[in-house]
Design a protein around this ligand. Structure first.
Ligand SMILES: *Cc1c(COP(=O)(O)O)cnc(C)c1O
Length: 393
């Protein structure tokens, strides 16, 4: 089964790397001791946590004490934002963007319910390439701003925001800065020791570690409030017995990402560009969504006008090709993606968007197969589209 799959949905989740699985197995099979226990049998898991913390810190250019292990990217996002709000009970303003992942977007939308306090949220707009206007960002900051939360790379388009520069601007104003770096981790070189970023969220399953483990970078001296209160794990910063095997996997994945980043990015970008250029040249009225260069190497979001993204996915699925679409059928609505809407992508194009996201495990043969199949699928679907018939009259 799995050898027939062409997996182009790596922004949704990734395969666990064989090296990661291998590093994890001893902690599932043998070394199951609780790292907080006093006997020798728990020393090995405790040491494994320490090593993983160093591996994660090395990838992002931080100190190991600045890394808190969490259960996922979503938990990391919440922990960072609530920590800032807790530190500044007098401040009632947050700055974020219109294109954040639901982990930040919906948290901000629900803050009044969650905290019992009213917040004013500035959602910075983006232009048609998905970029932010820095002057508009500067102007949005005020003495009442508790935290800025801006993603490093967008999960739907791959567009990169200049978060290091934005963090500097926030710091000049004495404002805390959080970045959701779930998509950027392992793909963008990071030097947190030389940056003004106070919090950075990430997740294992987007970089070839398992699901259910993530981390939060908390700059030394930044405010912190545990999101899960309980035992003294993570130096009292997150209660709950550590997910040792998964944390070991996350550490290994970070080590691999650091060692292979440049080569992996080059390989993935070449495959992505071949796929992208092939689709844009072979399919009429196909449009790239997102800035051409200020973008992750493996993400490609294309609108095929006058067809439904959902329909394209169903056809791709019949060929064993996994991708994702911008319109959210899972929610039962036909609303196009909030990211594409924020970019002003016209209705007829936003509905026909497909995101292909690649990893180092993809091959040129797979890209060739997709290039062979997609133009036919689009042509077939357009045959059925009354709009398409209209514009081609
Ligand atoms: C996947 C993702 C998340 C959520 O991470 P989980 O580990 O699934 O909670 C948050 N932000 C971005 C940008 C993502 O792509």
């Amino acid at each position: 089964m799995s050898e027939k799959i062409i997996y182009l949905d790596n922004n949704a989740t990734t395969a666990v790397a064989p090296e990661v699985l291998e590093a994890m197995l001893p902690y599932l099979q043998h070394w199951y001791g609780n790292p907080s226990s006093m006997y020798d049998f728990a020393v090995k898991p405790a040491e494994a946590l320490k090593k993983a913390r160093q591996q994660v810190a090395d990838l992002v250019g931080a100190q190991p004490e600045e890394i808190v292990f969490t259960s996922c990217g979503t938990e990391s996002d919440s922990t960072a934002i609530f920590s800032a709000l807790h530190r500044h009970p007098d401040k009632t303003h947050l700055v974020t963007t219109r294109v954040e992942h639901p982990a930040v977007k919906n948290l901000c939308a629900n803050l009044e319910n969650l905290t019992g306090r009213k917040y004013r949220i500035t959602q910075l707009p983006v232009d048609k390439e998905g970029l932010i206007d820095l002057q508009q960002y500067r102007d949005s900051l005020s003495d009442d701003t508790a935290i800025v939360s801006v993603m490093w790379a967008n999960n739907e388009t791959g567009v990169l925001f200049p978060v290091e520069e934005m963090a500097k601007i926030a710091r000049e104003r004495g404002i805390l800065f959080h970045t959701d770096a779930v998509q950027a981790t392992g793909k963008v070189p990071m030097h947190l020791d030389d940056s003004a970023i106070d919090f950075l969220s990430s997740s294992g399953h987007k970089l070839h570690a398992p699901k259910g483990v993530g981390f939060l970078f908390v700059r030394k001296g930044a405010p912190y409030m545990p999101f899960l209160t309980g035992g003294h794990q993570e130096q009292g910063r997150r209660g709950g017995t550590e997910n040792v095997a998964s944390i070991v996997g996350l550490g290994k994945a970070c080590e691999l990402a650091k060692a292979n980043m440049a080569e992996e990015n080059r390989k993935v970008r070449a495959l992505r560009d071949k796929l992208e250029e092939g689709l844009l040249s072979r399919v009429p009225r196909a449009i790239l969504n997102g800035h051409k260069t200020k973008r992750l190497p493996g993400t490609c979001n294309i609108s095929f006008e006058y067809v439904e993204g959902e329909a394209i996915l169903l056809h791709l699925n019949r060929h064993g090709i996994c991708a994702s679409s911008g319109s959210a059928c899972t929610s039962g609505s036909l609303e196009p993606s909030h990211v594409l809407r924020a970019m002003g992508v016209p209705f007829t194009a936003a509905h026909g968007s497909v995101r292909f996201s690649l990893s180092g495990y993809n091959t040129e043969e797979e890209v060739d197969k997709v290039l062979e199949i997609v133009p036919g699928i689009i042509a077939e679907l357009r045959e059925l589209s009354p709009f398409w018939a209209d514009i081609n009259k």
